[in-house]
Design a protein around this ligand. Structure first.
Ligand SMILES: N[C@@H](CCC(=O)N[C@@H](CS)C(=O)NCC(=O)O)C(=O)O
Length: 241
């Protein structure tokens, strides 16, 4: 017969799979590399604004191809933004990896879960929003908006095919939001940030969220009223880049 599961046994602490790090001992962020208005850096910008954090920023002009040239590629290890440089020389890429690190340093206000159950639910919805909504909208923009030819070998058929997927993803999100204030748990989380930035990006292909998706429309008004909502949309001030 199988032994009863005891998730805490491995570290000797019932219910705590791994000890929490002391944020004071972690390397600190020194600079965030971003592109204003680009959706992935914008997710980090909103995350930082929610936590009232001000990290020095550097603008990378992706439409001019700066992210595909040296020294950026060697520095970041990947031709995309955002990238977060730490004071020990580490450079983190991938939006959610960056958010996870910032959350470990500054856990409140909490955006990624205070306990394993919340963390799992938020991660589940974050991934659903990222794969099912954000990426679908991003693919549509990249393949259907002529200006995006600077970044993408465009395929018009794929651009057209993703249009219907956007409608279905919006309808699915509307169903999730009926009777709820936020997407994952009963407070704002990184899952809301991903969906909010994705939906805002619909301005580029000029797609409107249908009025009849009432729960979604109410949620859009709710997240847009947050003080963080404009983060990542402002052109960087002189001296900030
Ligand atoms: N998986 C990465 C994706 C990053 C990404 O694609 N960023 C876009 C800006 S929103 C970019 O750098 N695009 C440059 C390109 O496509 O060449 C993340 O989550 O951060």
């Amino acid at each position: 017969m199988a032994a009863p599961l005891d998730p805490g046994a491995a570290c000797g602490k019932q219910g705590h799979p791994q000890p929490l790090p002391n944020p004071m001992t972690l390397s600190k962020p020194v600079r965030l590399y971003e592109t204003f208005r680009a959706p992935n850096p914008r997710r980090v910008a909103i995350f930082l604004a929610e936590k009232a954090l001000d990290i020095p920023r550097e603008e990378v002009d992706i439409m001019a191809g700066q992210h595909r040239e040296e020294p950026y590629v060697a520095f970041a290890g990947a031709p995309h933004v955002p990238a977060l440089e730490l004071d020990d020389g580490t450079v983190l890429t991938e939006t959610i990896a960056i958010c996870r690190y910032l959350e470990a340093l500054w856990p409140e206000p909490n955006l990624m879960g205070r306990d394993p159950r919340e963390a799992a639910e938020i991660e589940m919805w974050q991934r659903r929003m990222e794969f099912g909504l954000f990426n679908v909208i991003a693919q549509h923009v990249r393949h259907a908006v002529p200006a995006m030819a600077a970044l993408e070998d465009q395929c018009a058929e794929w651009g057209a095919a993703t249009r219907g997927r956007i409608d279905r993803a919006l309808e699915e999100l509307d169903r999730r939001l009926r009777g709820r204030s936020f997407i994952a748990i009963n407070r704002y989380s990184v899952a809301d940030i991903t969906a909010q930035v994705a939906i805002d990006f619909l301005r580029v292909p000029r797609i409107e969220v249908p009025e009849e998706l009432e729960a979604l429309q109410t949620w859009i008004r709710r997240v847009k009223s947050r003080p963080s909502a404009m983060a990542g949309l402002e052109r960087p001030k002189r001296g900030q880049t």
